[in-house]
Design a protein around this ligand. Structure first.
Ligand SMILES: NC(=O)c1ccc[n+]([C@@H]2O[C@H](COP(=O)([O-])OP(=O)(O)OC[C@H]3O[C@@H](n4cnc5c(N)ncnc54)[C@H](O)[C@@H]3O)[C@@H](O)[C@H]2O)c1
Length: 337
C-alpha cells in the first residue's frame, strides 16, 4: 500500500511517516519545506532503515501535484500540509486561506483525477468555539475564533463535501495539543523563530536558548489559576493515523470525524513541574496578562476515537516531557545542530 503524506517533513508528519514505514506502508512525501528541513528524510531513514520518496513541491501547484499522482498511484493520502500559527493567521489571513484552503482544494482535485479512494485530514481543536470547561464532544458547536481555526474548519468542509459526492472514504482527526518527540531524539518539533506553543518554549528555556517563560494568566477558573489543556504525545498521535488508515483501507467509503486527545487536562504549572521533575532543570518563568482568546480549560472527549478506531493514548505526561527534552538536548538548534 502506498501512502502520500503532504507536509510529511513537518513535526507530526515526520513522526507519522516513521510509524507508516514501521507498519510496512510505502511512503511518498510532498513538502515545500516552508516550515521543515530536508534533514528530516535522513533522520527518518536512521530510525526506520527505510527512506520515503520525497518531492519538494507546493500543494498550491496543481500541475506538479498531478504529475506526482500520475507517477505514484497512491492508495491513500494523509494531508498534513498547512500553516499553523494562530498569531500569524491573524496578521496574514490571506496567506492562510491561500495555503490551507486552496492547497486542500488542489489535493482533492489530484485525488479525484487519479481515483484515490481514501484521505486522512489533520484538523484541530481550534475548530471548536469557546467551551464551558467540559470535555468537548465532536458534535459541539464549531465556532473557530481565529483565521487559522477557520481554515481548518473550511478544510473539513471541503473534504466532507468532496468525499460524499465522489465516493471517497475520509477520517478527519481533530488534534488537541501534540507534544514530545520520537524516543531516538532524531526528530521532533522544530519551530522556526520563537515558539508559540508551551512545550517547545519550556524546553528552549531549559536549554538556555530562551531566557524566561511567560505564563499568560494565573486567574483562570482552574485548580491553580493557569490554563488547562489536553496534551498528547506525538507518537500516540502518529499511531492514531495508522489506525485511521487501516480502518479506511478495510471499509470502503468509511467516514469519521473525531477528536484525538488524551482526555486528561494539565495546567501550565503542572507542565512546568512535570518537566522540572523529569529533567531536574528549573524553569525560569513569570506571570503575564491573559492573552486575548485564551480559555480556562480545553479537553477532548476521546470516546469516539476509542470506539471507532480502537485508539487511545499510551504515553503519560512524564514521557512527553522526557522525550521533548531528549529531542531539545540532542538538537539545541533544531535540525541545524
Ligand atoms: N502542532 C499542533 O499543535 C497542531 C494541532 C492541531 C492541528 N495541527 C495540524 O497538523 C498539521 C501538521 O502540523 P505540524 O505541527 O506538523 O506543522 P508543521 O509546520 O511542522 O508541518 C507542516 C508541514 O507542511 C509543510 N507545508 C505547509 N504548507 C505547504 C504547502 N503549501 N505545500 C507543501 N508543504 C507545505 C511545511 O513545510 C511543514 O513541513 C497541520 O495541518 C496543522 O494544522 C497541528
Amino acid at each position: 500500500m502506498k501512502v502520500l503524506v503532504t507536509g510529511g517533513t513537518g513535526y507530526i508528519g515526520s513522526h507519522t511517516c516513521v510509524e507508516l514505514l514501521n507498519n510496512n506502508f510505502d511512503v511518498a512525501i510532498i513538502d515545500n519545506l516552508s516550515n521543515s528541513s530536508i534533514e528530516v528524510i535522513s533522520r527518518i531513514y536512521k530510525i526506520t532503515g527505510k527512506k520515503p520518496i520525497f518531492y519538494n513541491t507546493d500543494i498550491c501547484n496543481l500541475n506538479e501535484l498531478n504529475c506526482i499522482f500520475d507517477k505514484e498511484k497512491f492508495d491513500a493520502v494523509i494531508h498534513f500540509a498547512a500553516l499553523k500559527s494562530i498569531s500569524e493567521s491573524v496578521s496574514e489571513p490571506l496567506k492562510y486561506y491561500t495555503n490551507n484552503v486552496f492547497g486542500t482544494v488542489n489535493v482533492c482535485e489530484a485525488i479525484k483525477r487519479n481515483g484515490v479512494k481514501n484521505i486522512v485530514l489533520s484538523s484541530s481543536a481550534a475548530v471548536y468555539g469557546i467551551n464551558s470547561g467540559k470535555a468537548i464532544k465532536e458534535n459541539a458547536a464549531l465556532l473557530p475564533h481565529n483565521p487559522y481555526g477557520r481554515t481548518k474548519l473550511i478544510q473539513e468542509q471541503i473534504i466532507t463535501d468532496f468525499a460524499n459526492t465522489n465516493k471517497i472514504g475520509y477520517v478527519i482527526l481533530r488534534y488537541f495539543n501534540p507534544i514530545g518527540a520520537h524516543k531516538s531524539g532524531l526528530i521532533g518539533e522544530n519551530p522556526l523563530g520563537e515558539p508559540s506553543n508551551l512545550m517547545p518554549y519550556i524546553s528552549q528555556v531549559a536549554s538556555g536558548r530562551l531566557k524566561k517563560l511567560n505564563v499568560f494568566g494565573n486567574d483562570y477558573n482552574t485548580h491553580d489559576g493557569t490554563g488547562v489543556r489536553d496534551y498528547i504525545h506525538v507518537m500516540d498521535l502518529a499511531l492514531g493515523h495508522i489506525n485511521a488508515l487501516k480502518k479506511l483501507l478495510d471499509i470502503p467509503e468509511y467516514k469519521l470525524i473525531c477528536n484525538i486527545g488524551s482526555g486528561h487536562g494539565y495546567s501550565v504549572l503542572d507542565m512546568i513541574k512535570s518537566f522540572e521533575s523529569v529533567t531536574g532543570i528549573k524553569i525560569n518563568f513569570g506571570y503575564a496578562k491573559r492573552r486575548a482568546g485564551d480559555i480556562d480549560i480545553c479537553l477532548a472527549d476521546t470516546e469516539l476515537a476509542q470506539k471507532e478506531l480502537g485508539w487511545k493514548t499510551s504515553y503519560n505526561i512524564n514521557d512527553m516531557c522526557a522525550d521533548e527534552w531528549n529531542w531539545q538536548k540532542l538538537n539545541p538548534k533544531g535540525f541545524l545542530s
